[in-house]
Design a binder for this molecule. Structure first.
Ligand code: ADP
Ligand code: MG
Length: 766
């Protein structure tokens, strides 16, 4: 039942109970009022009696008219009161008493009238006074008697009514008390009941609301008693429904906004790195083509964004790299790969090539197809160039190192070989002179001499190649050197190939070793001829390049070289020719000869088309007259007159040169070292000193300054197996010092000494 209905019920019941009590209370109240009125009337009757007594006594004493009127006034009053009481009083006894009192009142009135009459009589009488006075006395006492009776009755009446008033009052008090306490009890019972009921219903509500407030939006009170609390629970449920719905909506909206913000931030971040000018990035779709291209890629390829989007991937790919890219792309499309990386060349807008490292990755659709590709393109052109340069440098370094080590080996061998050859050549030539021509001994010495000369040439080449040093350093005309070669070739191999000569008429001279150069050019010509077994054209060209350089080209139309052969062609001992046919030393010798002349060599070859060897040498300005003495000396054995100091540590040279000098008729003093020579010079003064460069101890270079200090004018022949910079520097630094290549024949020795005799040495007897 609803609380309001219960309340109404309770208050109705209470009211009914109260209404039931109202007549009782009212009755008591009326009874009380009646009793009170009776009592008041009884009291008034008594007071009236007392007033009448007072007026009577007054009259009796003074006989005044006023007292008499008073008395009768009170008599009327008393009569009226009794009349009123007669009507009011219901009690049996009371009615009798009042009747009696009325009677008494009447009797009193008559007695008083008699007293009044008697008084008049008294006043008028003169005689019978005693009787009248006696009568008076009797009447008065009659009145007193009556008054006492009256008083007793009136007092009774007053007492009776007073007791009734008290009784009525007590009853009224009890009834009002009962009424009030009933009301209090009923009210408190109803209140307690209601309070308990409300608490019982309110508690779960309170707990539920608290749960909702704590965030449990799934909580509902559900169906329950349909009172006000039930309605409230229903309303709270409805409110929770709405709250939950709006919370969900709020959550959805918040999530949506967070997503939107995240998307915006993600996009900004993506843009930030996408636009970094570090690497080319593009996003392409197999169906829609280019989706995104960053500025850096546009810059790398030289295209504007829209231009680029108008081109296909294949358009931008170097044809040579298209296949490799395509194969991988198809593998990704088939689902075999997720991405790939390769180095490839892109075609730039300006026609240039972009060497790049490409990394591609695909992003698939849920169905497994390719949604789009992300491609990163890194420009490695510079890196590639640097790599190529590094390769060239490292090849050059390797070549140099190879040459160096081979050089020191060859140099060591050549030096000792020179001395051996020197002895053979010297003695053979010496004996050749004295043998009658056509004799077998002459023929034998002749063969030994030629063999030794060839050996000497070989050692020369070996030294030239090994040390990059020059046996000679003279100004020379390259055209002339080439023409010498041509003459040799014409007599030997040129029948098979056609020669094309293009020699610059005003070619600048250069400094160097004509023999070494001729040897190098000859090697190139031999290679060219070898490369053209079916015939072809051999071209020899020279030209000036600027002021500082001249260039020599040897070109053929032969087989050419495959790249791997070209790579190794300059290596010593690398040959593709059969055993006994090639040594593999030809090109390496050419290379070291060119280097020794501070030149540059370029080797180009096209397989099946031919080979071009281009060499550049520093040109030189003037053409000073050769300093060497010209013409063979006519000197013959035995004609010499010079005192020669021979300084050489090699016993073979000592012996052989000693013999040669003896044959030529010169006097000899021999020293095994620079130190020994200096000691000798203290006491002797030779006409010529032959000073070996390569000796232990001071050596040629160390001895020369000290020697000059002792003998400033003596001519010196500086004998050396190879003409290096030290030797050249010495010749330049000291006057009257001439280089003499080892080994030398008797003829050459005679020539050198002859030249000295002609210029520097005062001829004995001349
Ligand atoms: P060799 O001639 O003894 O083999 P080289 O050093 O002169 O040694 O040459 C080395 C290699 O270089 C040759 O074996 C040959 O394969 C190749 N070569 C040199 N010059 C030419 C040329 N003009 N045409 C084709 N191949 C050449
Ligand atoms: Mg060769």
């Amino acid at each position: 039942m609803r609380i309001a209905s219960r309340l109404r019920l309770i208050s109705a019941a209470t009211l009914a109970a109260l209404l039931l009590m109202v007549p009782v209370v009212a009755g008591s109240l009326l009874a009380f009022r009646r009793a009170k009125s009776e009592y008041l009337l009884a009291n008034a009757v008594k007071v009236n009696f007392l007033e009448r007594n007072s007026a009577r006594d007054q009259y009796f004493l003074h006989r005044e008219e006023r007292a008499k009127r008073q008395w009768f006034l009170h008599l009327d009053e008393g009569d009226a009161l009794l009349l009123k009481a007669g009507a009011l009083f219901r009690e049996e006894g009371d009615a009798g008493t009042i009747e009696e009192l009325r009677l008494l009142l009447k009797e009193n009135a008559s007695i008083f009238q008699r007293i009044v009459a008697n008084t008049g009589a008294l006043q008028r009488a003169g005689g019978n006074r005693e009787i009248l006075e006696e009568l008076d006395k009797r009447l008065y006492s009659q009145m007193l008697l009556k008054a006492a009776t009256y008083n007793g009755l009136a007092a009774n009446l007053e007492r009776g009514t007073g007791a009734r008033v008290e009784e009525a009052y007590r009853r009224l008090a009890i009834i009002i008390g009962l009424f009030a306490s009933t009301l209090a009890v009923v009210t408190s019972l109803a209140a307690t009941h209601l309070a308990r009921l409300i608490r019982r219903r309110l508690e779960p509500l309170h707990a539920g609301v608290r749960r909702v407030a704590d965030g449990d939006l799934d909580f509902r009170f559900g169906a329950g008693p349909m009172d006000e609390f039930g309605e409230l629970a229903g309303s709270i449920d409805a409110m929770t429904d709405k709250l939950q719905a709006s919370t969900r909506e709020l959550e959805r909206e918040t999530a949506r906004r967070i997503k939107a913000v995240a998307a915006r931030e993600g996009e900004a971040r993506f843009r930030a790195w996408f636009d970094l000018p570090l690497i080319g990035i593009c996003i392409t779709s197999p169906e829609k083509g280019w989706l995104e291209v960053n500025d850096h890629l546009c810059d790398m390829l030289g295209y504007g964004r829209e231009e680029l989007k108008g081109r296909s991937w294949a358009d931008l790919t170097h044809p040579g790299d298209l296949a490799a890219d395509q194969v991988r792309f198809e593998q990704v499309m088939r689902g075999e790969l997720e991405g790939y990386a390769l180095e490839k060349r892109f075609l730039k807008k300006d026609g240039g090539i972009l060497e790049a490292e490409l990394a591609v990755r695909c992003v698939r659709t849920p169905g497994g197809g390719v949604d789009y590709f992300v491609a990163l393109i890194l420009d490695i052109t510079e890196r590639r160039q640097a790599e190529a340069q590094r390769q060239v440098l490292s090849a050059q370094l390797q070549q140099t190192q190879k040459m160096e080590s081979l050089g020191s080996l060859a140099g060591g061998v050549a030096h000792d070989m020179n001395n051996v050859l020197g002895a053979i050549l010297g003695l053979a030539t010496a004996h050749l002179e004295v043998q009658p021509p056509e004799s077998p001994a002459h023929q034998a010495f002749d063969t030994i001499t030629r063999a030794a000369v060839r050996g000497r040439e070989l050692v020369k080449s070996l030294l030239a190649f090994a040390r990059r040093s020059l046996a000679e350093d003279t100004e020379l005309d390259v055209n002339a050197v080439l023409m010498d070669n041509v003459r040799i070739l014409e007599r030997t191999t040129l029948s098979r190939v056609q020669l094309e000569l293009a020699l610059a008429p005003a070619l600048r001279p250069m400094r160097g070793d004509p023999g070494a150069l001729a040897h190098a050019f000859m090697n190139l010509c031999v290679n060219a001829v070898d490369a053209m077994p079916q015939g072809g054209t051999l071209a020899l060209r020279t030209r000036n390049v600027g002021d500082a350089w001249i260039e020599v080209q040897v070109e053929d139309t032969g087989a050419g070289m495959a790249p791997e052969v070209l790579e190794k062609a300059l290596d010593p001992f690398f040959t593709t020719k059969g055993v006994g046919k090639g040594t593999g030393l030809g090109l390496s010798l050419v290379y070291s000869t060119v280097k020794a002349h501070r030149g540059v060599l370029e080797l180009k070859s096209w397989p099946g088309q031919g080979t071009l060897v281009a060499m550049r040498f520093p040109a030189c300005e003037a053409a000073p007259a050769p300093s060497a003495a010209s013409g063979a000396s006519a000197a013959r054995p035995g004609q010499g007159t010079l005192q020669v100091l021979l300084v050489d540590d090699d016993e073979l040279i000592q012996t052989s040169t000693g013999i040669l000098l003896g044959i030529l008729g010169h006097g000899i003093a021999a020293a095994r070292s620079g130190e020994e020579a200096l000691a000798l010079l203290e006491s002797s003064s030779p006409d010529v000193v032959i000073l070996d460069m390569n000796m232990p101890g001071l050596g040629g270079a160390g001895t020369l300054p000290l020697l000059r200090a002792l003998r400033p004018d003596v001519p010196v022949l500086l004998a050396t197996g190879r003409v290096d910079q030290t030797a050249l520097d010495l010749v330049e630094a000291w006057p009257r010092v001439t280089l003499m290549s080892k080994p030398f024949s008797m003829e050459e020795l005679q020539e050198r000494l002859g030249a000295l005799s002609a210029s520097d040495v005062p001829q004995a007897g001349a």
